[in-house]
Design a binder for this molecule. Structure first.
Ligand SMILES: [Zn+2]
Length: 195
């Protein structure tokens, strides 16, 4: 059986951007700093599992359901911004230019990687689009998966008559929404185009 140290190292290595060396540094750091840090880290991780769930309306990961944005009556319900992951909401929010609501797909289409339409929150998107939504703004990363998913959604929503727009390409090709600065995202929100 794998020893305790190696097992811990391997768990850290499952995190994005963490290689063996870094994982070993984390493990020894925790051991050096004793019980306090180990307990607070494991409690924080357990709380993620226990207390965070997808919002029943927009699928954003949240502590309370409906999430803060869905339960905010001041947000316009006629506009939906579609994003791949919950982590992209703050990127749009920091522009201060968006007052609508969100819909989190839970990924982007990637047939080669085994992500088909059935893995994404598309059924609820269609249902929401049919209920008084006037515009859907697609805000994906500039990537093949982003483009494929955008076209799929445009086709899916066509029968509803909802206006489908996409962020202007101020975003660098291959650039992820997470890393774009708020001015760039704000500009691409202003210059969004019909899809
Ligand atoms: Zn929500």
């Amino acid at each position: 059986m794998e020893n305790v140290l190696d097992h811990a190292v391997r768990q850290f290595m499952r995190l994005p951007g963490v290689g063996r060396r870094t994982a070993q540094r984390y493990v020894y750091h925790l051991l050096r700093h004793g019980e306090d840090q180990i307990l607070s880290l494991s409690a924080a991780v357990e709380a993620l599992q226990r207390d965070i769930r997808p919002c029943s309306q927009c699928h954003a990961l949240t502590e309370r359901d409906p999430c803060a944005i869905c339960s905010d009556a001041r947000r316009e319900s006629a506009t939906l911004c579609i994003i791949g992951e919950t982590s992209e909401i703050p990127v749009i929010e920091t522009t201060g230019k968006y007052r609508g609501r969100y819909h989190v797909l839970g990924g982007l289409l990637n047939p080669a990687g085994g992500v088909g339409p059935e893995k994404l929150n598309l059924g609820t998107l269609l249902r929401r689009a049919e209920q008084g939504v006037q515009e859907v703004i697609i805000a994906f990363n500039a990537s093949v998966e982003g483009d494929t998913t955008a076209l799929y959604i445009a086709r899916l929503l066509r029968p509803t008559g909802v206006r489908v727009t996409t962020l202007a390409r101020g975003l660098p090709a291959g650039g992820s929404l997470d890393h774009a600065d708020k001015v760039t995202v704000g500009l691409s929100l202003d210059g969004r185009t019909e899809l």
